[in-house]
Design a binder for this molecule. Structure first.
Ligand code: ADP
Ligand code: MG
Length: 320
């Protein structure tokens, strides 16, 4: 199969085209018509085999995850996803691999009404780069530098599942339903798009959790020049994780667990009750896990006892 056959057969009609795509795959550029009065939220993430997913990950899951992590960045800005481009480097023109990859990728294109509007297809070691564009109301985006002392710190969903999933894959843990749940969370993260789109009414500050709660919350604290107090007993853990740790959670692992792709955000005390009601009415899980402080570090309390827990450095691709 040639590069052009692959493009025609698998990438060209991956999803129904949105009306705001005026020219799609096949020309030198796509032509897009952004809605008036909105800002564009733009982000790029690359996934490399063996770094961002274990080498034995299925093509479907790689496709799913490479779009999910990009959607997660859009969610963290409070934006609505619209368009993506896909630059993919493949060792060979393996049709069944590309087909399964695009089934995973396409599943999220359809779910969030996102159009694949272009890309690039090359030969090389397996690497996927997605560029995503979404819309957000002017002055309504969620920025890392907007946390204020006294704000409540919240997270969506549950924390730490993907790390246990990765540990299980790398160490060949026997599969049981709890372990399988965590592996699924690693391979098919759920981008918090619905939560992200509710947030701008109540919040100005969010980040998505890719490196671990402590490392990512530290980004908020640094950008906002503040500290944080976390109440560990309030951190949401899945039933799978609770049963794995038999009710003695390994906090150092959980707080440094990457790949959750939940949102961490702040909310003023005035808005927190309405936010909780709105999330509950939309069947979205949210937990209040602490408070922004005037300090300059993150303090972790377990039932009011201060624990010594420091952020591991977030993953650094150039660390020695
Ligand atoms: P050019 O030589 O102008 O860069 P290409 O031959 O690379 O064009 O690509 C032809 C068309 O196919 C372009 O519209 C490009 O955006 C699209 N395309 C190439 N690879 C992909 C891909 N993996 N996913 C989506 N669109 C792609
Ligand atoms: Mg090209």
């Amino acid at each position: 199969m040639s590069e052009f056959d692959l493009i025609d057969q698998y990438f060209k009609h991956a999803a129904t085209l949105r009306d705001d795509v005026k020219l799609d795959i096949g020309d030198d550029c796509a032509l897009l018509a952004p809605p008036p009065g909105k800002q564009l939220a733009v982000s790029t993430d690359t996934l490399i085999s063996g770094v961002h997913f274990p080498e034995n990950t299925s093509a479907y899951d790689i496709g799913y995850k490479s779009l999910a992590v990009n959607l997660s960045d859009i969610a963290a800005m409070g934006a609505q996803p619209a368009w993506v481009s896909l630059a993919i480097s493949l060792p060979a023109a393996d049709q069944s691999w590309v087909k399964a990859f695009m089934q995973g990728f396409g599943c999220l294109l359809d779910r969030y009404n996102v159009s694949l509007i272009g890309g690039d297809t090359t030969r090389g070691s397996l690497s996927i780069t997605v560029n995503i564009i979404g819309f957000v109301d002017t002055e309504k985006s969620l920025k890392r530098n907007q946390a204020k002392p006294g704000d409540i710190i919240c997270v969506t969903g549950t924390i730490g599942d993907a790390r246990l999933g990765l540990e299980a894959i790398l160490n060949n843990y026997p599969i049981n339903p709890d372990i399988q749940y965590c592996i699924d969370r690693l391979n098919q993260p759920s981008p918090a798009i619905e939560a992200g789109m509710l947030l701008p009414q109540y919040s100005q500050c969010a980040i998505d959790l890719s490196d671990g709660l402590l490392a990512d919350l530290q980004h908020i604290c640094t950008a906002s020049d503040c500290g944080a107090r976390l109440n560990l007993e309030a951190i949401p853990l899945s039933n799978a994780l609770r049963s794995y740790y038999s009710d003695k959670p390994a906090w150092d692992l959980i707080l440094n667990a990457g790949d959750d792709y939940e949102l961490c955000f702040t909310c003023s005390k005035n808005n927190i009750e309405t936010l909780r009601d709105d999330f509950a009415n939309n069947d979205l899980a949210v937990s209040c896990i602490g408070e922004i402080t005037t300090g300059n570090e993150i303090e972790c309390y377990l039932n009011d006892t201060l624990l010594k827990l420091a952020p591991e450095k977030g993953y650094d691709h150039f660390a020695k």
